[in-house]
Design a protein around this ligand. Sequence first.
Ligand SMILES: Nc1ncnc2c1ncn2[C@@H]1O[C@H](COP(=O)(O)OP(=O)(O)O)[C@@H](O)[C@H]1O
Ligand SMILES: [Mg+2]
Length: 332
Amino acid sequence: MALNEEALMWVEKYRPQNLSEVVGLRDIVESLQSFLKKPGEMPHLLFAGNPGTGKTTMSLCIARQLYGQNWRTFTLELNASDERKIETVRNKIKTFARINYTGYGDVPFALVILDEADQITSAAQMALRRIMETSSQNCRFILICNQSSKIIEPIQSRCAIFRFSKLDKKAVIQHLKSIAVKEKLDITDSAAEIIVDYSEGDLRHAINALQTASVYRKGVIDEKTVLRVIGEAAPKQVQVMVNKALNGDFIEARDMMYELIGSYGFSGPEIIRQILRELLKLSYLSPEEKAELTNLVGEYDFRLTQGANSDIQLSALLAQFSKFQKSKGENN
Ligand SMILES: Nc1ncnc2c1ncn2[C@@H]1O[C@H](COP(=O)(O)OP(=O)(O)O)[C@@H](O)[C@H]1O
Ligand SMILES: [Mg+2]
């Protein structure tokens, strides 16, 4: 990404530079801070967990806090998914380890940050493990992955493992609001909440949604702006609508659908996509019932792609839903 483009992206602009600025994950932050007090004793680290929770951010914070302004000199950043061959990784690390042999100040090692480590095959991970062993005198590794189970055991056992869980909702809301203040934007509580619900603990996602919403609308960011931006009908509203229909409450379900199209301006296919999502979440339906209803949704989706009128088709779909539940009831 070009430098000026990067500056425009709020995810980069507001990426914490120091561990103390990280949102949530207090336990992890505290452990890492204590490693930094005695860098000589810092083990290899394995960061595992959901996207957008700060794994890359915290790795870079560590690099900055260890080496100050010179951090780039002493840090090798590799992305395993770009480095198809472990041989390339090995060579880069070897060269790097040699150059930085003496370390920096009271930090007796250079740092290798290997992102997407779970993309490396098991065989290549064995090679990586040997690299870690032979270079452990003067290199520390931070391995980043989504699933730690995809990292071979011998590597796991050489690392202190940190699991990044989804970020706490309140903390994310607070963070979004603080960004809004800095950007001189007003955001309503419900709008912030929708963004956070939608991004499911992924802060990258949440910040991007906020930035997009700010482009749509200068001034107050409200529920409607946000819903338009994330291209979703209000998830709760769709959920209620689906439940009403399945309970045989066709008229109310249809009115809610009219509102989604009329007031919020969602398209038929957008609503269909969300109905499907909500449907699959319903715990009171058996897998067979879900399959049956999914087929039904597919049929109406097809009609929409053929240019049929959205209101009419969605009404018909909801009517089918309300009958579906009834026929089940009668059979029982
Ligand atoms: N815990 C966090 N605290 C503050 N900002 C965060 C946090 N997690 C993610 N972010 C924001 O989201 C962006 C992406 O985070 P990143 O560390 O790259 O996520 P990951 O590597 O876990 O996918 C960062 O630039 C930052 O703006
Ligand atoms: Mg990352």
